[in-house]
Design a protein around this ligand. Structure first.
Ligand SMILES: Nc1ncnc2c1ncn2[C@@H]1O[C@H](COP(=O)(O)OP(=O)(O)OP(=O)(O)O)[C@@H](O)[C@H]1O
Length: 243
């Protein structure tokens, strides 16, 4: 099931071991079949996986292997055709739309194309928007927005709009936006796509930093073999299955 697992090698001490020992998310025999055109298309074919608190987990695979479909199921944006997804003790596969939306807003953060930055809003306003969406009290916004933008190294670009920022800087705003409401799980679809290797390494350093400082767990998809080494665990996907 696992291609690599660094968990046992990491000398993280007792505190890290305790953090890692708690299961945040479990995927049990998940399948997803789409009815596209005539014949059913089986995209996920009986997957098992788990995420533990504080891990950085990567889903790796070729285009079309099913990574985004799985990530959508993990985030409650799509529902498996079969199998179970348990998140923080809750059966996501059995929840209705409202319940899943609530979990998404309160407990998850997304770095997906579909949740990209609002082009007319500044970095500050973009991050503030996610606090508004999550129902965070207005009195907490200012401090939290400043903190998150500093955390991703954008303290000097807070009032720039997306078109005034580089690709890597825009991705940092997206990270700040995704973590502002203090999610426990951050899902990221190809967060380093379109960035050069230097920028990608910086984004991964930001991810490692927020895992430590924000107690978040990260699951991301990637094509990029050069960033795999920072993962605690890599799931390799081929044609809807882990190998
Ligand atoms: N809503 C849908 N209806 C029909 N087919 C779909 C749907 N969503 C995804 N697929 C199909 O499922 C397969 C896997 O798609 P998915 O986006 O999960 O792959 P991926 O591994 O994320 O690829 P990429 O790296 O290119 O993003 C593809 O063949 C795609 O056409």
């Amino acid at each position: 099931m696992a291609a690599t697992d660094k968990e046992d090698q990491v000398d993280g001490g007792q505190q890290d071991n305790e953090l890692h020992s708690t299961r945040l998310l479990s995927v049990v025999d998940v399948e997803r079949t789409f009815q596209a055109g005539g014949a059913p298309l089986r995209v996920l074919k009986g997957l098992h996986m788990e995420l533990r608190h504080g891990q950085l987990v990567m889903l790796r695979g070729r285009s079309g292997s099913g990574k985004t479909t799985l990530l959508n199921c993990l985030g409650g944006l799509d529902t498996p055709s079969k199998g179970e997804i348990w998140f923080n003790g809750k059966p996501v596969h059995q929840l209705n739309d409202n319940e899943r939306t609530h979990i998404r807003r309160k407990e998850m953060g997304f770095i997906f194309q579909a949740f990209a930055l609002m082009p007319l809003l500044s970095a500050w306003e973009n991050v503030e928007l996610s606090l508004r969406m999550a129902g965070t009290p207005r009195s907490e916004w200012k401090e939290r927005v400043a903190y998150c933008l500093e955390l991703v190294g954008l303290e000097k670009r807070m009032h720039h709009r997306p078109f005034e920022l580089s690709g890597g800087e825009q991705q940092r705003v997206a990270i700040a936006k995704a973590i502002a409401h203090k999610p426990i799980l951050l899902l990221a679809d190809e967060p380093t796509a379109e960035l050069d290797s230097n920028m990608s390494a910086q984004i991964m350093a930001v991810f490692q930093n927020i895992i430590r400082t924000e107690q978040v767990t990260i699951c991301m998809t990637t094509h990029d073999p050069t960033i795999l080494e920072v993962a605690d665990h890599v799931y390799e996907m081929v044609d809807g299955k882990f190998v």
